[in-house]
Design a protein around this ligand. Structure first.
Ligand code: C2E
Ligand code: CA
Ligand code: CA
Length: 744
């Protein structure tokens, strides 16, 4: 090859440049010395300006010409480069961004290409080039290599990278952002679906983050989020799998994990690590985390479905006390639908007059005299009947409906209380949202004035959660309420964080000791009496009253009377009653209640009845699980099964577990699982793995939740079973479909 020869044997770039010009002009270099030298100069000065450079290859894609300036930039010598493949100048020869074509591929196609961005191979600093090239033909019209142009586009590339980062990563934490995560998840799921692979996601929400942000300021909140991001990536390992969705919400994607034992361990690990104290700007703070988990394909095939279901699981985790993880299960969907229906109906409940205030008496311990009532909301739903406040109040709190409901009961309770004797107080529950609403003091003043009720006859019950959500206004709100002259009670003491610190700073008149402490009060060895004694002593020293809540039995009553609480509320003195009954109880201005109730607290039984199925050979037996542990279960419903029999226990939704009968008596068997169950994060158990629904279908095992299957099983005609089988209590068992058969 002429050009290569001339430069290799010559004294450097000058000849090579001459060669290149020769090729451009279609003449041999030696034949155009004069015009060549001017062109050469032009070329040299152009290349020296750094705006661009030229290159040429032979038929095989090896360098035949390259500007010496560029060789220098690459830390190489021109002579060294000539003859080397052009593609070897670039990192893996792949186009940056875009279509991921390789340079070799393009050169092989022998067609023109433009502004292909490539990264330099093996230089100290990152350099990007934009390359264009044109195939050349020889005199016979045969392909004779490429000639082209290059330019340094490093600055542009770095700027692009930066924008790219901004669109794909969260600026504060450096984690993947929502946009990028959604794309990644969609891509992963559609690829995995074809390959029959599973993919889990976790949604994570910090508990009490808002409080840190509100009390310590946003810069502290930001610093905290960065530390959270750091701890999360430590647990997960791969930074690209952890995403900050925004605010204090994170998402983690875990490809190829369907083992719920493992997932539970990871979630537990995350919660534990994030709950360790943080040091932010020199102050210590503690937050927590809740996690919802969904696994594809079982819990959703599209990213939308999977994320929605993980979100439902997260919601349930938060609802069951925070600091927990929870797996998605299909009953969460029903619960969510139910919650929405209740929320819709609750909007109208107030205007339709379906809400009532009922009153539960509070008596003085020493005299059994009624000194007040707690107003408790009651809802008679036209179709559902009585809906418990423990069901609808949390829903109202989330939708902010609570402000309306709260204001209504506040007004109603004041009006009702005005009709009781003047020493009788009314206590009204104030939810946290209501308490933090700046218009609360105004509402209280208005409710009192409207009813003509003395301020000290109204007691507002608030829970410790107001301190957890506390903002800078909390003290102000306390002060304005005290200025009005109403009384304040700390409700549910003993259920939350029970920090005695709150008691010292907030102006409470009363502590309500939660039923938690009352339950088990009389059990031998219980520490509850000591705790109650301490609370009572503390309250007395701070000049506060105490009410023990939820006293049901006579032994609880006599114990609590000895512990010195000033007031008692509980079924022993009566449940909440309608206003008319409460007003009718007073004779001569007083109402003394003689307590009554069971002598002793009956131990709570934790027996469980969970429907399940057992598969043996070709039969499906509906049965009931009476007792369940990680390693085994007590099942009931199949008669006379020999010890050693192997069943497949079907817990529903693809949860199958191989079990061996270890004990057998009539219709009960103790079975041992081949693989132990795992914690489901909700105080229950689940199988590690699930069987995909297509496999269930093929084996004839129904795939939905067991609870929905009872009817279906019973309507099947078992006389067609044909095969000998165990009998069940009620004669039920169902032949399973074999592969190929269709069920209908
Ligand atoms: P709470 O404020 O702790 O109310 C006491 C609950 O204990 C009431 O349940 C009451 O009926 C129940 N209780 C009282 N004595 C006994 C007993 O001896 N044994 C047992 N097992 N339970 C007893 P209820 O009425 O179902 O209310 C549940 C929760 O709903 C209340 O807990 C309160 O947090 C909320 N709630 C009720 N009414 C209102 C309201 O008007 N506003 C707000 N914000 N919350 C309310
Ligand atoms: Ca209360
Ligand atoms: Ca309470």
């Amino acid at each position: 090859m002429a050009i290569r020869g001339s430069s290799a044997s010559g004294d450097g770039s000058g000849h090579a440049a001459g060669g290149l010009i020769a090729r451009f002009s279609g003449r041999a270099a030696t034949n155009s010395a004069h015009s060549g030298s001017r062109a050469e100069k032009l070329l040299e000065s152009y290349e020296a300006s750094g705006q661009g450079w030229f290159w040429a290859t032979d038929r095989d894609g090896n360098l035949a010409y390259i500007s010496s300036a560029i060789a220098a930039k690459l830390g190489r010598d021109t002579t060294e480069l000539l003859g080397a493949p052009l593609a070897s100048l670039f990192e893996d020869g792949k186009e940056v961004g875009g279509r991921s074509r390789t340079l070799s591929f393009i050169l092989n196609k022998k067609t023109k290409f433009e502004t292909m961005v490539l990264k330099s191979a093996a230089v100290d600093a990152d350099i990007w080039w934009s390359l264009s090239g044109q195939p050349q033909l020889d005199a016979q019209g045969d392909f004779d290599g490429f000639m082209g142009h290059g330019a340094d586009v490093t600055d542009q590339q770095l700027a692009n990278d930066q924008t790219d980062r901004l669109t794909r990563y969260d600026v504060l934490t450096g984690l993947v952002n929502r946009f990028q995560m959604t794309q990644l998840l969609e891509k992963t799921l559609s690829a995995f679906q074809v390959q029959d692979r599973s993919c889990a996601i976790m949604l994570l929400d910090l508990d009490r983050f808002k409080q840190v942000n509100d009390t310590m300021g946003h810069p502290a909140g930001d610093a905290l989020l960065q530390q959270v991001a750091g701890r999360l990536t430590k647990v997960i390992g791969d930074r690209e799998q952890v995403c900050r969705l925004g605010g204090d919400e994170f998402q983690i994607i875990l490809p190829d994990i369907d083992d719920r034992g493992k997932l539970g361990d990871i979630a537990g690990d995350i919660i534990e690590r994030l709950s360790q104290p943080y040091s932010v700007n020199g102050s210590r703070c503690i937050i927590g985390a809740s996690v919802g988990i969904a696994v594809s394909p079982w819990d959703g095939k599209t990213s939308e479905e999977l994320v929605r279901n993980a979100d439902l699981a997260l919601y349930a985790a938060k609802d069951s006390g925070r600091g927990r993880f929870r797996f998605f299960s299909s009953d969460l969907l029903d619960q969510a639908a139910d919650r929405r229906a209740i929320e819709d109906d609750l909007v109208d409940a107030l205007t339709n007059g379906e809400l009532q205030a009922h009153y539960q008496p509070v008596v003085a311990t020493a005299t059994n005299r009624v000194e007040g009532f707690e107003a408790l909301m009651r809802w008679e739903h036209p179709e559902r009947g009585w809906v418990a406040p423990s069901v609808f109040i949390p829903i109202a709190e989330e939708s902010d409906l609570i402000r309306k409901l709260g204001e209504w009961i506040l007004r109603q309770a004041c009006m009702d209380a005005a009709k009781w004797p003047s020493h009788v107080r009314v206590a009204v529950n104030i939810s946290t949202h209501q308490f933090l609403d700046p218009s609360l003091p105004k509402q209280v003043v208005s409710a009192l004035a409207n009813a003509g009720l003395r301020a000290d006859r109204l007691e507002l019950e608030i829970t410790e959660s107001v301190f957890l959500e506390a903002n800078r206004d909390t003290d102000k709100i306390f002060k304005s309420l005290k200025d009005i002259g109403v009384r304040l009670a700390l409700d549910d003491f003993g259920t939350g964080y029970s920090s005695l610190a709150y008691l010292k700073t907030a102006p409470f008149d009363k502590i309500k000791i939660d039923q938690n402490f009352v339950e088990g009060l009389t059990e031998p060895g219980s520490r509850n009496p000591a705790i109650v004694t301490a609370i009572v002593a503390l309250a007395k020293s701070l000049d506060m009253e105490t009410t023990a809540e939820g006293i049901e039995t006579m032994d609880q009553l006599s114990m609590i009377q000895q512990l010195g609480v000033s007031h008692i509320q509980g079924w022993a003195y009566g449940k909440a009653i309608p206003f008319d009954e409460s007003a009718g109880g007073f004779t001569g201005g007083d109402w003394i209640i003689t307590p009554s109730g069971p002598a002793k607290q009956r131990p709570k039984r934790h027996s469980m009845f969970r429907r399940a199925g057992a598969v043996h050979e070709n039969h499906y037996y509906p049965m009931v699980i009476k007792n369940l542990s990680m390693s085994g279960a007590l099942i009931e419903g199949i008669l006379d099964v020999p010890v050693g029999t192997q069943f497949v226990i079907d817990f529903g939704e693809g949860q199958l577990s191989v079990a061996t009968v270890r004990r057998s008596r009539k219709n009960q068997q103790g079975v041992e699982f081949e693989e132990p169950l795992v914690d489901d994060g909700n105080g229950g158990l689940c199988t590690r793995h699930r069987v995909p629904s297509y496999l269930l279908k093929a084996s004839g095992i129904p795939s939905g939740p067991i609870s929905e299957r009872g009817e279906e099983m019973q309507s099947l005609d078992i006389s067609k079973a044909g095969l000998p089988a165990f009998r069940t209590d009620n004669g039920l068992q169902t032949p399973l479909m074999t592969r190929g058969q269709t069920s209908n």
